[in-house]
Design a binder for this molecule. Structure first.
Ligand SMILES: NC(=O)c1ccc[n+]([C@@H]2O[C@H](COP(=O)([O-])OP(=O)(O)OC[C@H]3O[C@@H](n4cnc5c(N)ncnc54)[C@H](OP(=O)(O)O)[C@@H]3O)[C@@H](O)[C@H]2O)c1
Length: 272
């Protein structure tokens, strides 16, 4: 069996996907900018000369788009041409549940994958539970509070392990999915709910402080995020405040055969 190339294999979804595939005996080729771990291949979106060697012998690829790049298509399209040239049949792209009109760069990638590969899936997950764990939570912490521009809006936060499981099925199921999967956790929660749960489970006391979109963008930029990307992310918070993420799908259970992890289970495990 030829291999599955996993781009972003050191990241939140890619590392979990690599484990998922290995546990099932699927040959995996994890990729990252430094190939300094066993079995890794070097891959950098900004270094096209790394693309062909990384793809050699692969039959399927998990595409983690170039991080924090508002217009990624010019980097991804030549890669897909090379993949097709080398006989890759299937691609699974990590997108976002955000409205395509809000994320034109991501939507352009959906179109490329859908039209260039005979077998494909676009994953459109809601916001990750992992944003509230480890170093990631620092991005929204300010003076002991959790800041957002979501107001009282709710999002169905999803565990990255569940996203990886959907990706694993989309890459290896005998029948290609050839569809977009909107992936959510089991319930929609507000940032007030999240702060209360994290406090109850020992990460607090933590209070949610609603802020304006501009203030949030400035906070993200001050933390080192490219300005354009900071503004895009802050605008997505405003979308949540108007209900854009207040819905639950059955994708995880339908694709993997088991229900998605709850935020409570996630937080209890993370804070153990
Ligand atoms: N967080 C959320 O709530 C959320 C919600 C919906 C969608 N998303 C989407 O999820 C994506 C992030 O996925 P993730 O959390 O799994 O990733 P991540 O944890 O942010 O990791 C990024 C990965 O990309 C790799 N990388 C960075 N620069 C690279 C480059 N120039 N070339 C090749 N690889 C590079 C990194 O590996 P090395 O540094 O080792 O090379 C790392 O493995 C974004 O596209 C975002 O839009 C996120």
């Amino acid at each position: 069996m030829s291999e599955v190339l996993v781009i972003g294999a050191t990241g939140t979804t890619g590392s979990r996907l690599t484990s998922f595939l290995r546990e099932r005996g699927v040959p995996v080729r994890p990729a990252a900018r430094k190939a300094d771990r066993p079995g890794f291949v070097r891959f950098d979106w900004t270094e096209p000369e790394t693309h062909a060697p990384a793809l050699s012998g692969a039959r399927a690829v998990y595409i983690l788009p170039p991080p924090a790049v508002p217009e990624p298509a010019p980097l991804v399209e030549p890669f897909l041409h090379e993949a097709v040239r080398q006989g890759v049949r299937r691609a699974v792209l990590l997108g976002t549940s955000a409205r395509p009109e809000r994320t034109p760069g991501a939507a352009a990638l959906y179109e490329l994958v859908r039209t260039m590969l005979p077998e494909w899936a676009v994953l459109r997950p809601s916001w990750f539970m992992q944003n509230f764990a480890g170093r990631a939570i620092a991005l929204r912490r300010r003076d002991g509070e959790l800041i957002s521009a979501t107001g009282a809006g709710r999002a169905a936060f999803v565990d990255a392990g569940d996203i990886a499981a959907v990706a694993g099925h989309a890459l290896t199921d005998p029948e290609p999915h050839n569809t977009e999967h909107v992936i959510t956790g089991p319930e929609a929660l507000s940032y007030d709910d999240v702060a209360a749960l994290l406090t109850e489970l020992g990460a607090g006391p933590l209070r949610h402080r609603p802020v304006g979109q501009d203030e949030l963008a400035a906070h993200f930029a001050a933390a080192g995020m490219p300005r354009a990307y900071a503004e895009l992310l802050a605008a997505l918070d405003t979308d949540i405040s108007t209900g854009s993420e207040d819905r639950v799908t059955d994708t995880v259970e339908r694709v993997t055969g088991r229900p998605p992890r709850s935020f409570r289970d996630f937080a209890a495990a993370e804070l153990r």
